[in-house]
Design a protein around this ligand. Structure first.
Ligand code: ATP
Ligand code: MG
Length: 262
């Protein structure tokens, strides 16, 4: 990893970027993951690089859903394995979810590398290598495990592709997405859309899971029933709008005060 001075104003962002680069170097992250990460960074800038109240509301509902699930599965791709491997193992443990590696740019070698990577961080069984079932999709993410994603009732899909998210929803699964872009097809089609960075979201969800683990199911069900994903999506869009508006106002030029045909 390159040496980033801790007093650099973009320290956390640069260290996070380095983790994805390291993921590519050790062969767990596909090179396209760098571009996906860059898109995420852009949206993170626009939401102020913080977990908004509405994102926390979505995280809490998501955890309630995972705790209530009969067959919860957490889908892992190359970026998430590079960024939050320990946290994924912990969250899976507390929520009794299975971990399954599922890749857009699928290769058997990379699947096994990610499985080994997660196991080295303490994961027990990690699915994804059997590939004995198919979703109705034309790319690598169609190949899944029968006793994992295929039969899951609730799925956590950090950094998902829009097509598959829609396909999973069509299969009547409850789909929890973590995606910084509130305009992506993933965010727009998920059951719960967490518009937050995975590096903040998974640790927050671990905390919620610890707090809610002993809560009675009917109370968890109430959290799920009262949840409104439309509010979450629109608030993320307003939040971005606010950030831009405030910044524009800070420049001191009122809106519409531009000379025409200058
Ligand atoms: P879609 O297929 O859903 O329309 P897309 O094709 O734009 O979206 P993908 O490449 O399929 O995007 O998935 C990557 C998504 O993950 C992007 O929307 C990006 O904003 C998001 N993303 C990237 N890095 C992070 C991160 N660290 N935390 C949360 N989201 C992230
Ligand atoms: Mg996509």
């Amino acid at each position: 990893m390159s040496r980033i001075p801790p007093d650099h104003p973009r320290y956390l962002s640069l260290v996070t970027r380095d983790k994805v680069v390291e993921g590519v170097k050790i062969g767990i992250t596909d090179i396209h993951g760098l571009i996906a990460h860059g898109r995420g960074e852009t949206f993170d800038y626009l939401i102020g690089e913080k977990t908004t109240d509405m994102a926390a509301y979505a995280q809490r509902a998501a955890v309630a859903m995972l705790l209530l699930a009969k067959r919860p599965v957490i889908s892992v791709n190359g970026n998430t394995a590079a960024l939050v491997p320990d946290e994924l193992v912990t969250l899976a443990d507390i929520t009794r979810a299975k971990l399954e590696v599922n890749l857009f740019h699928r290769s058997e070698a990379r699947i096994h590398k990610i499985i080994r990577h997660l196991k080295s961080r303490g994961a027990g069984v990690v699915l994804g290598h059997k590939g004995d079932a198919r979703l109705d999709l034309s790319h690598g993410r169609a190949i899944v495990d029968k006793d994992g994603i295929y039969s899951a009732d609730v799925m956590l899909v950090p950094l998902e592709d829009g097509d598959r998210c829609q396909t999973l929803v069509n299969m009547d699964k409850k789909v929890i997405a973590i995606d910084l872009n509130p305009l992506s097809r993933t965010s727009l089609s998920a059951t719960v859309s967490i518009v937050d960075n995975i590096i903040r979201s998974i640790p927050n969800m671990i905390q919620f899971a610890r707090d809610m683990k002993e809560v009675e199911p009917y109370r968890l069900q109430k959290v799920v029933d009262l949840y409104d994903n439309r509010k979450v999506l629109s608030s993320a869009m307003y939040e971005i709008n606010e950030t831009l508006k405030n910044e524009a106002v800070r420049q001191g030029i009122p809106w519409n005060n531009f000379p025409e045909n200058e």
